[in-house]
Design a protein around this ligand. Structure first.
Ligand code: 5GP
Ligand code: MG
Length: 181
């Protein structure tokens, strides 16, 4: 299939993504077989990953969402993370697994960890589909990780630039010309 013209390079094809998500699903199903698993997807970037991941998990589980934003329209983090939306579950009853699309500075995960710890989650781990290979402002322990990516702006598989490209079934590096005027 032809690459989207705004992409410089495809990093992960639909097939590679599916294979990795299946592995993560198996691992999570095994690790949480005696737990009470609640996936908390980070809106909006993690929606596509969460939808695939939950169907790769073979044990009973629930899911919920929280909204986090730090990038606004740009391609670099503002450093300030805003959380919004209401978790419907009583976190003290659950083994919470944060499901994120991509970890960059680590600040989003830091804010979520603080929030869910305060809410009394029974246990708390992170599953991110992607993680940038770079020095993080805040260290993040990702128990489940799909792939590492270079320190470039990537889109697709739920990840956007200005709300575009979320629907792409691959993950690719966005051409600089698209956001550098
Ligand atoms: P952090 O708080 O770790 O710096 O960044 C996490 C959030 O920044 C992600 O949830 C995502 O919304 C956004 N982000 C970071 N890097 C990228 C990227 O390369 N592409 C896209 N589309 N979003 C990114
Ligand atoms: Mg975004």
């Amino acid at each position: 299939m032809d690459m989207h013209p705004d992409l410089e390079q495809v990093l992960f094809s639909r097939e590679r993504i599916a294979a990795r998500v299946a592995e993560l699903g198996r691992q999570i199903s095994d690790d949480y077989r005696n737990g009470n698993l609640l996936l908390v997807g980070v809106l909006k970037g993690a929606v596509v990953f969460l939808a695939d991941l939950m169907r790769a998990i073979t044990i009973p589980h629930r899911f919920d969402f929280i909204r986090a934003s730090s990038y606004g329209k740009g391609t670099t983090s503002s450093g300030y993370v805003m959380l919004s939306g209401q978790i419907e579950h009583h976190l003290a009853d659950y083994d919470v697994l944060i499901v994120e699309g991509i970890v960059d500075t680590g600040r989003t995960i830091e804010a979520l960890t603080r929030e869910f710890t305060r809410s009394g989650a029974r246990s708390l781990e992170v599953c991110s589909f992607l993680m940038k290979k770079r020095a993080r402002a805040v260290p993040v322990v990702c128990r489940y990780l799909g792939y590492e990516v270079p320190d470039r702006f990537v889109v697709g598989y739920g990840l956007d630039y200005d709300e575009r490209y979320r629907h792409l079934d691959c993950v690719g590096i966005l051409r600089r010309e698209v956001y550098e005027l």
